[in-house]
Design a protein around this ligand. Structure first.
Ligand SMILES: [Zn+2]
Ligand SMILES: [Zn+2]
Length: 210
């Protein structure tokens, strides 16, 4: 087979490229050209983009904005540029939309449970205390509550609803409780705290006054 100069293998492996192959490989793929035209670009404008070095959708991320697209394609309608960029890199996030999607992500990630031992994401019907289907160990450790000293698996204490903190920060959480921080605030406070603040707090854990 290597006696034949034009095998598919040799073409796709790039061993032997003819000018026509180069055009096919370097240009904007046909499907993307079709979409660009549907968004309002003319065939000439698509061709211009190719001569500017664009090889497909990913390169629009380099262009970055509709304004820049108009700058490199003089005469391009701003609305068309906007539609093209929306398709290629997504709509410019609006402040409200961005914050609600962040909120959503936090909710989603709080729902997901990952095995402590093998990091496998647990199935949807996972209940606290279940064994991991991937490694057979208990996916979550049994934790002690810094607030009411009950213990159990999961993210929150079943007895008082306090959000568990990592074992290494248990003493800090107890200290915060002693200092009057609200139950709902403690895990969040520890999460947001800088290492320097934690170090200061550890100083107080180790030298309890009175
Ligand atoms: Zn596991
Ligand atoms: Zn509790």
């Amino acid at each position: 087979m290597f006696g034949q100069p034009e095998t598919d293998l040799m073409r796709t492996s790039g061993l032997r490229l003819r000018p026509n192959d180069l055009e096919t490989i370097m240009g904007i793929p046909v499907l993307e050209q079709t979409i660009l035209k549907a968004k309002g670009l003319s065939a000439e404008q698509v061709a211009t983009l190719e001569t500017l070095g664009m090889n497909g959708k990913a390169d629009f991320a380099t262009v970055g904005s509709a304004e820049t697209l108009v700058e490199i394609l003089p005469g391009l309608d701003a609305a068309v540029a906007g539609r093209v960029m929306e398709w290629a890199v997504g709509a410019a996030p609006k402040a409200a939309a961005a914050s609600s999607s962040t909120e959503r992500m936090i909710i989603d990630s709080a729902d997901a449970v990952y095995c402590l031992h093998c990091k496998t994401r647990q199935p949807k019907d996972y209940k606290a205390g279940d064994l991991c289907p991937s490694c057979g160990k208990q996916a979550e450790p049994v934790q002690s509550c810094y607030w009411c000293s009950h213990s159990g698996p999961g993210k929150f204490c079943r007895s008082c609803g306090a959000e568990f903190v990592s074992l290494s920060e248990f003493d800090l959480a107890v200290l915060l409780k002693r200092e009057g921080v609200a139950k709902e605030e403690i895990a969040k406070r520890l999460h947001d705290m800088s290492q320097a603040d934690k170090d200061t707090l550890w100083g107080r854990v180790k030298r309890p006054h009175l």
